[in-house]
Design a protein around this ligand. Structure first.
Ligand SMILES: N[C@@H](CCC(=O)N[C@@H](CS)C(=O)NCC(=O)O)C(=O)O
Length: 215
């Protein structure tokens, strides 16, 4: 099995899939896409994913999967153990609700291309951009915190990592990057601290990726 994950070290959506692949114990090759340089908009990458977004996962037969949640759900269906969704339908709906707050309600407003548009097309300053990022992360975490406090254990839902954590942990990384403190979010902060000690999450961390720029 030789899968290739088209990924960018600091980007949230590929980070979700790295966590999922690691949790499932699936090995993959890493193909770096430099989002700052704009590799994602070049023909070579658009031949992989015409949408020009990361992640994409190329399978052995050259099939390409894209959209992080679709990839995680496909992974769950094809590699059922260890499960990253709970068994009961209502529990699955809660995990997907948590994942959706991050992936559908926070992240699309905070994407690289949105920031570029705000600054380059709308003439907004760097300060405006940072305030924008912080606002949407905080609004999403305000919604997520009570759900994690109520349904979480060691992780966002119960004691085992789920798709909700695949989404949450990259968003916590993004929050730290943009200066959103976790003090108002003790349940989220607790999950993040425990995830940091889990090998699947640790190996997926941006700083551990081959294209990381840490200096
Ligand atoms: N909904 C997509 C979002 C993918 C996405 O926005 N990826 C970002 C990185 S987190 C990207 O490649 N952005 C490139 C750009 O904005 O130009 C998913 O979940 O996979």
């Amino acid at each position: 099995m030789t899968w290739t994950l088209h990924s960018a070290w600091r980007a949230g959506a590929p980070y979700r899939v790295r966590i999922g692949l690691n949790l499932k114990g699936c090995a993959y090759d890493y193909a770096a896409v430099d989002l700052i340089r704009g590799d994602q908009r070049e023909p070579a990458y658009r031949a992989v994913n015409p949408q020009g977004l990361t992640p994409a996962l190329t399978l052995d037969d050259r099939t390409v999967l894209a959209q992080s949640l679709a990839i995680l759900e496909w992974l769950e269906e094809t590699v059922p153990e260890p499960a990253i969704l709970p068994a009961a339908p209502l529990d699955r709906a809660m995990v997907r609700r948590m994942a959706g707050i991050v992936a559908c309600d926070i992240h699309p407003l905070n994407n690289t291309r949105v920031g570029r548009y705000l600054q380059l097309e709308m003439g907004r300053s760097q300060e405006d951009y940072v305030a924008w990022m912080k606002h949407w992360i905080a609004e999403g975490f305000d919604a997520l915190e009570p759900l994690v406090a109520r349904h979480g254990g060691r992780f966002s839902f119960g004691d085992r990592p789920t798709i909700a954590d695949c989404c949450l942990i990259p968003q916590v990384y993004g929050a730290e990057r943009w200066g959103v403190g976790l003090a108002p979010y003790p349940a989220i902060a607790g999950v993040a601290a425990r995830a940091a000690e889990h090998p699947a999450f640790a190996a997926a961390h941006p700083d551990r990726q081959p294209d990381a720029v840490t200096a």
